[in-house]
Ligand binder design. Structure first.
Ligand SMILES: Cc1cc2nc3c(=O)[nH]c(=O)nc-3n(C[C@H](O)[C@H](O)[C@H](O)COP(=O)(O)OP(=O)(O)OC[C@H]3O[C@@H](n4cnc5c(N)ncnc54)[C@H](O)[C@@H]3O)c2cc1C
Length: 326
């Protein structure tokens, strides 16, 4: 039985970690449903080799459908996944979140007139069907969502699904020919950029320098990065700046981001909204720099500095470097 289809995004011969989490989760769930998990890979480069595609077997994919089409764009992937689902009868499509996952999932939902659940944090197999768990009402409750028709589309929150290597298995690689829709060829990839800070695991860091809207602009994060480097720590962010595109979501702390408890949490230009506080209040030492003496963050800080972060952060970085001998 063809149970679950996932999409694995790749770049220069490597799969994206978030996609591999979805492939692993799909494999685990397909086993529970008694069916097969497969992945779709799309690209037009030389790097999409048999070996690379088959390696998804390590994460539990039994089959990998490979299609030649532009990579990194949503619509061509929608075309490929829609064809594979229609031809092979997959019951569910599962995505690991992220911008591309959301876009492909939404496109596939519209194309196949399917049911969709977004921001899913957990999926369970019950009575031969999948049930998606999704937080609602500002994360104060969780609802169970199941599907009355096939296919069901499940889009996880970013990194919601754990990556698990199942072994050395190799997936069967199947080439699929797909006629792209006319609108799917209208966009092309001009350039690919790396998000700064996206590769750092802030949950493991002992020292975090967190920046908020008080930094003024995306470049303001350089002040946080310099101090974090001097301290040997990492950089975190509020939702306000992540939403503004100043820093990657991977660094967001709070109710809809990560929960951390480092030895030191230094908050620069952060007001201390309750939704931020819930993600960092367990930190051992909280130091806040804010120009507003009435900022709520001072109510739960161990040390508060009232002043302009543009003056304080560079001086602090210098002092830390001097103390550490350069
Ligand atoms: C459902 C929901 C979920 C949410 N989830 C999250 C979440 O996960 N994480 C999160 O962080 N937020 C979350 N929020 C948003 C939250 O309510 C706040 O809007 C957000 O935390 C504010 O971010 P901020 O502190 O960067 O910005 P602001 O509240 O605008 O604060 C900026 C601060 O910088 C100070 N400042 C300005 N200039 C300077 C300067 N030169 N020097 C020093 N200080 C300066 C200001 O005095 C101010 O206190 C959520 C909101 C909702 C409704």
């Amino acid at each position: 039985m063809s149970a679950i289809l996932t999409y694995a995004l790749h770049y220069q011969g490597e799969f994206n970690k978030n996609s591999l989490g979805a492939v692993s989760e799909g494999a685990k769930l397909a086993k529970e449903l008694g069916g097969e998990a497969a992945a779709v890979v799309v690209g037009d480069g030389e790097d999409l080799t048999d070996e690379l595609c088959a390696s998804l077997g390590k994460y539990g994919a039994g089959k990998v459908y490979r299609a030649k089409a532009p990579e990194g764009l949503a619509q061509p992937v929608v075309d490929v996944m829609a064809k594979v689902i229609q031809d092979e009868g997959y019951k569910y499509a599962l995505f690991g979140g992220g911008l591309l996952g959301f876009e492909i999932g939404a496109g596939l939902t519209a194309r196949l007139n399917a049911g969709v659940t977004m921001e899913v944090t957990e999926v369970a197999a019950q009575d031969g069907k999948l049930v998606a768990k999704r937080p609602i009402l500002q994360d104060s409750a969780v609802v169970d969502v199941d599907y009355v028709s096939e296919p069901g589309i499940i889009i996880g929150r970013l990194n919601a699904f754990d990556l698990a290597e199942a072994g050395d298995d190799q997936a069967e690689v199947v080439d699929v020919e797909v006629q792209l829709e006319e609108h799917s060829t209208k966009a092309s990839m001009v350039q690919r950029g790396e998000q700064r800070g996206a590769d750092v695991n802030i949950e493991d860091a002992d020292l975090l320098v967190a920046g908020g809207r008080g930094l003024g602009k995306a470049e303001g994060f350089e002040l946080c990065e310099q101090l974090a480097e001097a301290l040997g720590g990492a950089v975190a962010a509020t939702r306000a700046v992540v939403d503004a595109g100043w820093y990657p979501y991977a660094a967001q702390i709070g109710q809809t981001g990560k929960t951390v408890a480092p030895k030191l949490y230094l908050a620069a230009g952060i007001s201390g909204a309750i939704q931020h506080k819930v993600g960092m209040q367990a930190s051992e030492n909280i130091v806040a720099i804010n120009k507003d003496p009435n900022a709520p963050i001072f109510e739960f800080s161990d040390l508060g500095v009232v002043g302009d972060l543009n003056k304080i952060l560079p001086k602090l970085t210098e002092a830390v470097k001097a103390k550490r001998g350069g």
